[in-house]
Design a protein around this ligand. Structure first.
Ligand SMILES: Nc1nc2c(ncn2[C@@H]2O[C@H](COP(=O)(O)OP(=O)(O)OP(=O)(O)O)[C@@H](O)[C@H]2O)c(=O)[nH]1
Ligand SMILES: [Mg+2]
Length: 205
C-alpha cells in the first residue's frame, strides 16, 4: 500500500494511564492486569474502507514515562490524529494532556484529537463530577472530543477508536467539513494531500 493511504494516529498520555491496555482491548480483545510499562513503541494497524478506497490506520503506542518523552517526539511526526489518555483516578494525568496537546501542535500543527478518561470502572462518581467542569471547558476551548473508557471492561473502547477514525476521515481525507482555513470545501482531497497541507495548518482539529 502506498504511504499516501496510510494515516498515523498516536496514543499519548502519562505513564500507567492505560494506553497499551486500550490498544490491546481494541485490537486483541484482551486486558492484562499486569501490563508492563511500554519501552519500545509499537504500532497496530486497521484497514478502513472509505469511499471505495482502503485506508490503513496505524496506531502508535508510546511510552508515557518522563524519561521517554524525548524519544517519543520522533514518533508523532506525521500524525494526523491523537488519542490522549488520562487516568480518571489521578486527575493530574489530565493536566498533562494539555502539555501533550501543546507539544503535538508544535510538531505537527493541526490534528484531530480525542481525549479519553480511562479506568472508568474504578472511578468515583463524585470525583468525576468535580472534575468534569475542567475537562469540559478544556475540551470545548480546544475543540477536542472527550469520552470515558475502561480498558478493563471494554466500556467505550470500540466507540473511542471509531470516533477518532471517523473524525480523521472527515477532516483529513475529505475536505468537505475539515474546518481547515486553507482547505478546499465541498471537494474530496486526495489522501496524500494532507501531507502537503500539514505545513499550512495551525491550531486544533
Ligand atoms: N482498573 C483498570 N485498570 C486499568 C485500565 N487500563 C489499564 N489498567 C491497568 O493500569 C496499568 C497500566 O496500564 P498500561 O496499559 O500499561 O498503561 P500505559 O499508559 O501503557 O503505561 P506506559 O506504557 O508506562 O506509558 C496496568 O496494570 C493495567 O492493567 C482500566 O481501564 N481499568
Ligand atoms: Mg504502555
Amino acid at each position: 500500500m502506498s504511504d499516501e493511504n496510510v494515516l498515523k494516529i498516536v496514543i499519548l498520555g502519562e505513564g500507567r494511564v492505560g494506553k497499551t491496555s486500550i490498544l490491546s482491548k481494541y485490537f486483541k480483545k484482551k486486558f492484562n492486569e499486569g501490563e508492563k510499562s511500554t519501552i519500545n513503541p509499537a504500532f497496530y494497524e486497521k484497514a478502513v474502507n472509505y469511499n471505495g478506497k482502503t485506508i490503513q490506520f496505524k496506531f502508535w503506542d508510546t511510552a508515557g514515562q518522563e524519561q521517554f518523552n524525548a524519544i517519543s517526539a520522533l514518533y508523532y511526526q506525521g500524525a494526523v490524529g491523537a488519542l490522549l489518555v488520562y487516568d480518571v483516578t489521578i486527575f493530574e494525568t489530565f493536566q498533562k494532556v494539555e502539555n501533550w496537546v501543546r507539544t503535538l501542535r508544535e510538531a505537527v500543527g493541526k490534528i484531530s484529537l480525542l481525549v479519553v478518561g480511562n479506568k472508568f470502572d474504578i472511578s468515583d462518581k463524585a470525583e468525576l463530577d468535580k472534575n468534569s467542569q475542567a475537562v469540559n471547558s478544556y475540551c470545548s476551548k480546544e475543540n477536542c472530543s472527550h469520552m470515558y473508557t475502561s480498558a478493563k471492561t471494554g466500556y467505550n473502547v470500540d466507540e473511542a477508536f471509531q470516533s477518532l477514525i471517523n473524525t480523521v476521515l472527515n477532516k483529513v481525507v475529505s475536505s468537505g467539513n475539515s474546518g481547515g482555513g486553507n482547505q478546499r470545501r465541498g471537494k474530496r482531497l486526495e489522501i496524500g494531500e494532507h501531507k502537503k497541507k500539514e505545513k499550512e495548518k495551525k491550531g486544533c482539529c
